[in-house]
Design a protein around this ligand. Structure first.
Ligand code: PYC
Length: 411
């Protein structure tokens, strides 16, 4: 990539577009609603793995404008259930090779991830997660204050805080990534393979014929198609309602913020479920911080002072040394929370209408494996084993996948 950049710089020509605006065709084999990392990854894998390129990716805004551009870019696979751990582990593996695969630097930094435990109950949960993780081959262990201090000397490990740190779940392969780069890399390669990316194209309705998907109505015209994938994190319930489907989840706002840049000092990702705080340092030196979802269901993406006061107070309990650091900006995104904190993936009772939804506060980190498995499901017509546990019918079958203890964020 760097040689390409150098040649480009020396040529004096304007840079090549990473993806293009194409005319909206009146028919596509597959229509993906949602131009985030999930939808674009699915388009990319449909093209590369299955030779399906007659694909439109529609977004009502610009690509990556939703959850993919609003998350705090944490990658990990230290979940509580074997189903969740295996699934996210495959995602981490794909992320590890993504810069090479997409020929675009997604800046994946596997710097290690620490989930702090401040109570005996949370130490027990961390121990259980470590055991489940290790049984699935994921590097994860329970560590104590001495080792925590070695990994992150700036943390207040004394007994002064309200909730002293008793231990932590340490997950060395976890880390952070450049989330926009993931979106752009998938978009670039999907576009190069013939996928049409239609930004500013809002879906206004979905047509059914005899109970099966027949087309999609958009702000730019009607598209005939037999296959629609709903990959619209935050908005998936509203899209599902267009085919008369009610999904078992509610949408909540999730806010985050960054501080002014500081010299690099934080070499790990720190999460505290009890304090509702997570924090990492970006390559630009900014501290990226977030908390739990807002306490009421809503589609608001506004920023609030309550969030800022809460997160500042909690981060200062962990890192009193940051008391003079200023916040640079804050933003909000949307999360859909299913009752068992696991996603909803695959077929629905409506033929041709597929979902990749219910991503709570942990959707971005699943993007590559969601794209890959949903592409396989579309191409083969059968559900890959890895995502069978997340099928929508699990709610009727009383076969939930309880991931609440590994959500990283209090709810
Ligand atoms: O699940 O790792 C996570 C996470 C971090 C921030 C929000 N969710």
């Amino acid at each position: 990539m760097s040689l390409k950049l150098l040649r480009q710089g020396l040529s004096g020509r304007p840079p090549e577009r990473m993806w293009h605006s194409r005319p909206l065709k009146d028919e596509y084999e597959v229509v993906i609603i949602g131009g985030g990392a999930h939808g674009l990854a699915c388009a990319y894998y449909l093209a590369t793995q299955h030779g399906i390129t007659d694909v439109a990716v529609l977004d009502k805004s610009y690509i990556g404008a939703g959850g993919s551009g609003r998350n705090t870019a944490i990658i990990r696979s230290n979940y509580l259930t074997p189903e969740g751990t295996n699934f996210y582990n495959e995602s981490v593996r794909l992320y590890e090779n993504l810069s090479v695969e997409l020929d675009f630097n997604v800046m994946f930094s596997q710097r290690g991830h620490l989930t702090l435990a401040h109570t005996d109950a949370s130490v027990r949960t961390m121990r259980r997660r470590a055991e489940v993780n290790r049984l699935q081959g994921v590097d994860s262990s329970l560590i104590w204050p001495e080792e925590i201090s070695r990994l992150c000397p700036q943390l207040d490990l004394s007994d002064h805080p309200r909730y002293p740190i008793l231990g932590a779940l340490y997950h060395p392969p976890g880390g952070i990534i450049r989330h926009d780069a993931v979106v752009w890399g998938y978009a670039h390669q999907a576009d190069a393979l013939g996928v049409h990316i239609h930004q500013h194209t809002e879906v206004t309705g979905i047509d059914l014929t005899n109970g099966e998907v027949a087309g999609v109505r958009t702000s730019r015209g009607v598209i005939r198609t037999g296959t629609v994938l709903n990959a619209t994190a935050g908005w998936a319930s509203t899209i599902a309602s267009m085919v008369g489907l009610s999904l078992p989840m509610e949408t909540f706002p999730l806010q985050a913020c960054v501080t002014e840049p500081l010299k690099p000092f934080l070499n790990v990702v720190i999460v505290s479920g009890s304090l509702h705080a997570y924090i990492s340092q970006s390559d630009r030196g900014e501290l990226v911080m977030g908390a739990s979802v807002d306490p009421f269901a809503s589609y608001s993406m506004n920023s609030s002072l309550e969030f800022l006061e809460g997160i500042a107070g909690h981060v200062l309990e962990l890192f009193p040394c940051l008391s003079n650091v200023r916040v640079l900006r804050q933003w909000g995104g949307l999360c859909e929370m299913p009752p068992d904190f696991s996603p909803l993936m695959g077929f629905t009772p409506i033929k041709g209408f597929l979902i990749d939804a219910g991503w709570g506060t942990y959707g971005f980190k699943a993007s590559p494996i969601c794209g890959k498995t949903m592409a396989e499901l579309i191409a083969s017509g059968s559900t890959p084993d890895l995502i069978k546990p997340f099928r929508l019918s699990r709610f009727d079958e009383h076969d939930l996948v309880g991931e609440k203890g590994a959500a990283s964020v209090g709810h």
